[in-house]
Write a protein that binds this ligand. Structure first.
Ligand code: PGA
Length: 300
């Protein structure tokens, strides 16, 4: 008797969850049905795949090797599926993206370029704050997420695809607006605007403030990059802000980039997914697209 792909997938879910019960829940199967599939696989190979120590389920050496093989087989099948669909010009499916608010300034352009090549992919783009993006990733409610500052409390895989230059900006009539070669200490004493706690931009700003040992006069906290930009233009204060979010306003003189030594601070935008997640063909295809696309051309 030979084994099936389904049995391998059920086995892999048990290995991932370290529990028959949790795997059964994830797979919407009954617990006995899960253990029957695992048993059939064990019978086929004639080795134990799991061992129970205490109350915990562990992979045996044979189990570990089979788990690795299953991941490779799935990867191969995904890329096979993708290239076959591409050959037929009909890669289909749905792509669920969750991105931090600052990514809204470039993601639509990347998605536009992507859709012009793969028109059968339906896309959902959720733009929200960092904590919610993390939550969506944790609950497996999106295929891919975009951050530039990676969360340090999650086990993630990622690919970098674009620079995120961060600049200090002010209103055009700000006293520092036309000064050259400012040092961080020169910013002290002027009103600062901060992003909300948890924002990636705020984390970088705080690090720069700590590094240069300045004590900013933070007069306002705002929940999105857009709100910070509007407050800068309204003359309320200065702030670190992503270059791509203010290209238009800078080009028509509504906002000024301060000439501060050490800036721009260059972060990289990253396409992120939970470690070990099996990407759908559409998600894998989009990751490949973002790595290989000419971002300069897309965003020019
Ligand atoms: P933010 O995102 O909108 O949370 O500041 C930027 C980032 O992830 O670095």
């Amino acid at each position: 008797m030979s084994f099936t792909l389904h049995q391998l997938d059920v086995f892999a879910e048990v290995a991932k969850q370290k529990s028959m019960t949790r795997a059964a829940e994830k797979l919407f199967m009954s617990q006995p049905a899960v253990s029957i599939q695992v048993k059939k696989l064990q019978d086929h190979f004639g080795v134990d795949l799991f061992e129970v120590i205490g109350k915990e389920l562990f992979l045996t050496q044979a189990g570990k090797e089979l788990y690795e093989a299953q991941k490779n087989i799935r990867k191969e099948l995904n890329s096979l599926e993708m290239s076959l669909s591409e050959i037929k010009g009909m890669l289909k499916g749905k792509l669920n993206l969750a991105v931090v608010s600052t990514a809204k300034y470039f993601m639509p352009y990347i998605l536009g370029a992507y859709r012009s090549k793969f028109e059968n992919i339906k896309i959902s783009l959720k733009v929200t704050n960092r904590n919610e993006v993390k939550d969506l990733l944790r609950r497996n409610m999106c295929d891919l997420a975009v951050f530039s500052e990676l969360p340090d409390d999650m086990d993630l895989e990622w690919v970098e695809f674009l620079d995120n230059p961060l600049l200090m900006a002010s209103a055009p009539d700000h006293p520092l607006a036309n000064k050259k070669k400012l040092k961080f200490i020169d910013l002290e004493g002027y009103p600062f605007l901060f992003r909300e706690p948890g924002s990636g931009t705020r984390l970088v700003m705080q690090r720069l403030i700590d590094k240069h040992k300045i004590q900013p006069d933070v007069i306002m906290e705002l929940g999105t990059n857009e709100a910070v930009k509007q407050a800068i233009m309204a003359g309320i204060g200065i702030s670190l802000i992503s270059k791509y979010s203010m290209t238009l306003e800078a080009s028509i003189g509504k906002i000024s980039v301060l000439d501060v030594n050490g800036l721009p601070h260059i972060n990289r935008w990253k396409m992120v997914y939970p470690k070990g997640k099996r990407l759908s063909p559409a998600a894998q295809n989009f990751v490949d697209f973002t790595i290989n696309a000419d971002m300069q051309e897309i965003l020019s």
